[in-house]
Design a protein. Structure first.
Length: 282
């Protein structure tokens, strides 16, 4: 604060305001070495804010924090941004990046390998992902999970879309008030896909939808994917069940160690000797 307020009294008042802003109002007289990791992170933020700069560089400010502490720091950073301060954030905690960033650049060994908008903006233009492992909100009801799907897109048609989803998955209607965490694996997968459909997607990305399901449920899942696609929904399927994926896909891309090894019409790839040796053991 002394960089902006040479007089001690003014600097102390400024320090008090900044400390309160980052949740350290009652810690001004503590030694920095006695603070927790989260406390020191707040102190670093406060010290930077005290200089009253227009651009703030945050370098791994979430590192070493637990989920609750991360949420708290995210809230503080969001408030700082709302005050008009430009923020450049270098961060590995993707939860924070996706929550805060307006634009993202991904670096690997100093080189930019990807860039674009965060997930929220991608959803707004019509791309929805059903993640591997389903990722439902276990303590919320089935209905609440579905309604959250329309938070960014499809909110105006929420009631109509909800009717459509439960028509596709009648079991979800039967369990509308049940906590999502108490559903079976197959039911959670239905819920995850239903939540994706609530966004009115133009493209639905399904990441390993058959993972952990019984053979019977796997058959039902692939039949459902075929029906959704036949009804006009574009689908990008990421799946290790090669045989059934190729049976329903129009075009296929085979990746090995992150690189594309094969691509082409699914029917042609199904008979490719290299694919049959590598993935089918034939």
């Amino acid at each position: 604060a002394y960089l902006r307020h040479p007089r001690r009294a003014e600097a102390l008042r400024a320090a008090e305001r900044v400390a309160a802003r980052v949740g350290m109002g009652g810690m001004l007289d503590m030694r920095a070495g006695d603070l927790t990791v989260a406390g020191r992170k707040r102190l670093e933020l406060a010290r930077a804010l005290a200089t009253q700069q227009r651009l703030l560089l945050l370098d791994e400010v979430m590192a070493g924090l637990n989920p609750t502490e991360i949420d708290e720091i995210v809230g503080i950073v969001r408030d700082i941004r709302a005050d008009g301060i430009t923020i450049l954030m270098v961060e590995h905690v993707m939860q924070a990046v996706m929550s805060l960033a307006e634009r993202i650049h991904v670096l690997d060994q100093g080189r930019i390998i990807a860039r674009g908008a965060p997930a929220a903006r991608i959803v707004e233009v019509g791309l929805a992902q059903v993640p591997e492992g389903r990722r439902v909100f276990p303590n919320l009801s089935v209905r609440e999970n579905l309604e959250l799907g329309s938070y960014r897109r499809g909110r105006a048609n929420r009631a109509r879309n909800l009717e459509r989803v439960v028509a596709i998955f009648p079991r979800l209607a039967e369990r509308a008030g049940q906590a999502a965490g108490t559903l079976s694996g197959g039911e959670q997968q239905m819920l995850a896909i239903g939540r994706g459909l609530m966004t009115e997607p133009r493209l639905l990305v399904l990441d390993e939808p058959s993972l952990g399901l019984s053979p019977l449920l796997v058959e039902e899942m692939f039949a459902l994917i075929r029906r959704l696609n036949a009804n006009g929904l574009a689908i990008l399927l990421v799946e290790q069940n090669v045989v059934q994926s190729l049976a329903i896909a129009r075009r296929a891309y085979v990746l090995e160690h992150g690189r594309m090894a094969l691509s082409g019409p699914a029917a042609e790839l199904a008979g490719d000797p290299a694919l049959r040796r590598s993935y089918l053991g034939l």
